[in-house]
Write a protein that binds this ligand. Structure first.
Ligand SMILES: [Cu+2]
Length: 270
């Protein structure tokens, strides 16, 4: 019994240290999250991590404890006399606890957060969302803004770029290029639309149209933070690592100026 109590005390001590360390890392976050969807995902990640740390530590401590405690004496060739195969209470506790934890994680964060996301999408649908058509091809991201008649948004150097107004819902339609709608060798391959700062990643599949819905909640720029970019996250050929595009989130006023600039570039055949 004393051994069990000692083990539990050590377990709690290590958990305390690990959780303190984990919260320190969170405070100086390695993540940079600037979308409503991203915050939901990040909170879920943090919640699950803080629950999984004690379980991980329990397993590692048990392993170390068992290795030391039940080590066979150096010069004894015979096996230990009593071999306990089963302990009813141990099995009940282990299975019961695993079951309870899984049910809990399914309810929160999975079901609760999905409900929140669906509610957000219903709400955002009513708020005149910005539509961005995204076309992935080897090896380029093409962004068009059908509500503004902008066919391909580019910067001064003629490179594709994505610009979004802050606090306005945006709906991305994601397609892999298929210029002749033949789903054959002319169609492009599978890509993956990843914006690290938004906490979203969605495969872009030839012949399918997929969507992403979110609200950017900070003015930000790829120049100050490389996580603010579009990156392909599905190996799609030799150009894959360079299949990225800069992203800027700007105030509504600047977005309108940017749209005007895109239209004049387009009019002048740039
Ligand atoms: Cu790729």
């Amino acid at each position: 019994m004393a051994e069990v109590i000692g083990f539990v005390i050590i377990w709690i001590l290590v958990i305390t240290l690990a959780e303190i360390g984990f919260h320190k890392i969170q405070a100086h976050s390695m993540y940079y999250t600037i979308s409503n969807q991203g915050h939901i995902a990040l909170n879920a990640f943090n919640f699950l991590s803080s629950w999984l740390l004690p379980i991980f530590i329990l397993i590692v401590l048990l392993l170390i404890y068992v290795i030391i405690r039940f080590r066979a004496p150096d010069n004894s060739p015979k096996p230990s006399p009593v071999q306990t195969m089963r302990n009813k209470w141990y099995i009940l506790l282990w299975v019961g606890a695993s079951f309870a934890l899984n049910i809990m994680f399914w309810l929160h964060p999975t079901a609760v957060d999905l409900e929140t996301m669906f509610a957000n999408w219903n709400q955002e649908q009513k708020q005149h969302p910005l539509i961005v058509n995204v076309t992935a091809r080897q090896w380029e991201w093409i962004f068009s803004y059908p509500q503004y008649g902008v066919k391909q948004a580019v910067n001064a150097q003629g490179q594709d770029e994505l610009e979004l107004p802050v606090h306005r819902p945006v709906k991305f339609f994601l397609r892999s290029e298929d210029p002749f709608h033949r789903y054959d060798v002319y169609a492009d391959v599978i890509h993956s639309f990843w914006i690290p700062a938004f906490g979203i990643k969605e495969d872009v599949i030839p012949g399918e149209t997929r969507t992403e819905f979110l609200i950017p909640d900070h003015v930000a720029n790829y120049k100050t933070n490389p996580l603010v970019r579009v990156q392909c996250a599905e190996v799609c050929g030799p150009g894959h690592p360079y299949m990225e595009a800069p992203l800027s989130i700007v105030k509504a006023k600047h977005f309108n100026q940017w749209i005007a600039r895109q239209k004049s570039l387009q009019a002048h055949g740039a």
